[in-house]
Unconditional design. Structure first.
Length: 366
């Protein structure tokens, strides 16, 4: 159908432009931050764009629905301002029929959102954590500078002096935060350290001389210490090692289903399952809120409408927090979506009945 092809082309092109602009704005600030970290020597500049790529799906889960909604509002607004909607209505095509023509395209956007939330975002977060953990090991010793604390990932390293070949260090302070809760942090103080190169080994190996090793339990008045004359410190830097994340947002969706009794897991699972339905709400709200007169202009209702749709996303995030604390259950997600869908339907029906009511009032007066 010609009208469908025309509308789909307009909505897709407009929404893609909006999504691209929003992505540049949101990712631009993060990229500047990473460049600053790289300039300080705490991050390898060669992996900057890999980091951005891994974090991109996480940002798109919020940007895609909003960009789709803004694209719909702009297209429908232009149809009203340019009198195209009036021509279509005169031809017997209502705005609700136009919305039905856009349902297949909306389902495509919904599938894209589902792929982002169910698979791409968790995978990206796992790869990001793997990359930053590997980078933390590398930067810890490769980029250490004399009399300066270098912090990267779970590691903090200080060296009083450093040889020109960067293999011999003196007055060493090394601190490693525990990877899991309940495990102790490790702190090592040593007089000297020598980096050891082991063939076919990707780990950072350092021989420490004359020092002490402490195991500190955070939040507890408990620690252990051991004095040593010689101690070999080995930090794994194997990119092929299997990585398991304890962060719920980085867990695969299948693992979330297996741990669904935990409220934090249920909050994340509900977010992934019901989040894509915001795309459908975007279509319903755009139909209800986009009607403007040519004199008002296409942007007359854009900003208030954006706030209304953004309030849905904020509400979903708030529900996620409440569920994680055990104050709500997963059913709160579909209830919130249903409330916005009913509100959009009622508002759209009110606008539809408005002209008829005015005509009836005029007839009564006459």
């Amino acid at each position: 159908m010609i009208i469908r092809r025309y509308l789909v082309k307009q909505v897709v092109s407009t929404s893609l432009v909006v999504i691209s602009l929003l992505t540049l704005i949101m990712m631009g600030g993060r990229l500047i931050k990473y460049f600053g970290v790289a300039a300080q020597g705490r991050l390898d500049a060669s992996i900057l764009f890999s980091i951005i790529g891994y974090r991109l799906p996480e940002f798109l889960t919020l940007i895609l629905p909003l960009g789709f909604f803004i694209g719909l509002m702009l297209v429908f607004g232009r149809l009203y301002v340019d009198h195209e909607m009036a021509v279509l209505n005169g031809s017997g095509v209502s705005r609700h029929q136009l919305a039905r023509l856009l349902i297949p395209m909306t389902l495509v956007y919904m599938v894209c959102q589902s792929v982002l939330m169910l698979w791409m975002t968790p995978w990206g977060l796992r790869e990001f954590e793997k990359l930053t953990t590997t980078q933390a090991v590398r930067t810890g010793f490769d980029l250490v500078r004399p009399r300066e604390f270098i912090s990267s990932g779970p590691y903090t390293i200080y060296a009083g002096s450093l040889s020109e070949d960067r293999k011999n260090l003196k007055d060493i302070f090394f601190y490693q935060r525990a990877a899991k809760e309940g495990k102790p942090d490790v702190m090592i103080l040593a007089k000297e350290a020598t980096r050891v190169e082991v063939a076919n080994d990707t780990a950072n190996v350092v021989d420490l001389v004359q020092g002490r090793r402490y195991e500190i339990f955070p939040g507890q008045p408990k620690y252990t210490q051991a004095e040593f004359q010689s101690y070999r410190l080995r930090l794994e830097n194997d990119k092929d090692v299997k990585f398991e994340s304890g962060d719920v947002e980085a867990l695969s969706t299948s693992k979330l289903f297996s741990k669904a009794n935990d409220p934090v897991v249920r909050s994340e699972l509900g977010w992934r399952l019901f989040g894509p339905f915001t795309i459908i709400i975007a279509l319903m709200l755009s139909v209800a809120l986009s009607e403007v007169s040519p004199r008002q202009g296409r942007y007359y209702r854009l900003i208030p409408s954006i706030f209304i749709f953004a309030s849905l996303i904020v509400l979903m995030i708030a529900i996620k927090t409440r569920i994680s604390k055990g104050e709500l259950d997963i059913w709160a997600y579909p209830v919130a979506l249903l409330v916005y869908a009913i509100a959009a339907a009622l508002f759209s029906r009110k606008q539809k009945l408005g002209p008829k009511i005015k005509k009836q009032i005029k007839r009564v007066k006459l």
